[in-house]
Design a protein around this ligand. Structure first.
Ligand SMILES: Cc1cc2nc3c(=O)[nH]c(=O)nc-3n(C[C@H](O)[C@H](O)[C@H](O)COP(=O)(O)OP(=O)(O)OC[C@H]3O[C@@H](n4cnc5c(N)ncnc54)[C@H](O)[C@@H]3O)c2cc1C
Length: 280
């Protein structure tokens, strides 16, 4: 392998998702020289969450980041509820929490990551390298001593005192380290939606559910998606749809609709999905 970039640091983190970016920020804030390697060129991947929960907001508050974080565009959900047929059911109420984080912030994950990256880059001990894909581990003296991979400039090595894999569920680092995965099973898959919302709609309910057999809605009936083992996830790519209360996007159990401008389906509902899905 031709190595065009070689460097040494205290901590090397593979993966710039929520885990890698937060860990990188915390370590660098504590003065640990940390390099985060992310294989993508940015955080604009539209297939991840958009609910930042009160517990996360609390952490941001404890880190002194909350005010700046909430300057990013977001919507607030203080009460979570849903329509089940004609009946509105309240599922949660965050208003009893301390006021600063008594809500779910609806914010795309890329905003969260972009914010964290911005804060982390202010720290001299932090470095984020984008388009750096980790392909394996360096072994030296009977231990893992860093990572190797490739970037637009060629192959690279980052040697580190501590190497951490935060590279997601198909972790290259985990495989290279020979760490076993405990499969707890996943009987269903997730369909990821983008559905336009009527600007006049003031109802912030998360779920619109009905029994498909009795529904008069023209929405397509749906059930949960059985996840075939070891197969790629289903990826319907139909376009967005305008929704209303009656013809709202109906989402099956454990399906979620995004982004904040959409109706999001709560887990545990039995319903149907309008044919408006696009997933990543
Ligand atoms: C459809 C969906 C909806 C979700 N909704 C929410 C929600 O609303 N709220 C919430 O809190 N959580 C939500 N989650 C969960 C949340 O997205 C995950 O918990 C979180 O993304 C896990 O973070 P992570 O950093 O461990 O992994 P990941 O987010 O998977 O990040 C891994 C990172 O590593 C990078 N990477 C991978 N391989 C390499 C490599 N070889 N070299 C370098 N970089 C690499 C990837 O590009 C990625 O940026 C949702 C998850 C899904 C799938």
């Amino acid at each position: 392998m031709t190595t065009s970039v070689s460097s040494q640091t205290q901590c090397c983190i593979a993966g710039g998702g929520p885990a890698g970016m937060m860990l990188g920020y915390l370590l660098a804030r504590a003065g640990v020289r940390t390099v985060v390697l992310e294989k993508h060129g940015d955080f604009l991947r539209d297939f991840r969450g958009d609910t930042v929960h009160p517990s996360t907001l609390r952490v941001m508050d404890e880190l002194g980041l909350l005010d700046a974080f909430l300057e990013r565009p977001h919507q607030r959900l203080e009460v979570v509820g849903g329509w089940f047929g004609q009946e509105h059911v309240q599922l949660g109420d965050f208003r009893g929490l301390p006021e600063r984080y008594a809500f779910i912030a609806l914010m795309p994950q890329w905003e969260f990551l972009d914010f964290l990256a911005g804060e982390a880059r202010k720290l001299p001990a932090f470095e984020l390298r984008l388009r750096f894909e980790v392909t394996g581990l360096i072994e030296a003296d009977g231990r893992f001593a860093g990572v190797r991979g490739h970037s637009p400039d060629g192959d690279f090595e980052v040697r580190a005192d501590c190497t951490i894999g935060c590279d997601g569920r198909r972790s290259t680092v985990r495989d290279a380290a020979g760490l076993p995965v405990g499969d707890i099973g996943a009987p269903i898959d997730v369909l990821w939606f983008r559905v336009r919302r009527d600007p006049a709609e003031t109802d912030s309910s998360l779920a619109a559910a009905s029994r498909s057999a009795t529904s008069s809605s023209p929405s397509t009936a749906a059930t949960t998606v059985n996840a075939p083992s070891s197969s790629p996830r289903a990826a319907p790519t139909t376009s967005s749809a305008t929704t209303s209360r009656r013809s709202a996007p109906r989402c099956s159990r454990r399906r979620r609709c995004s982004p904040p401008t959409s109706t999001t389906c709560a887990r545990g509902t039995t319903s149907s999905c309008s044919p408006s899905a696009s997933t990543g």
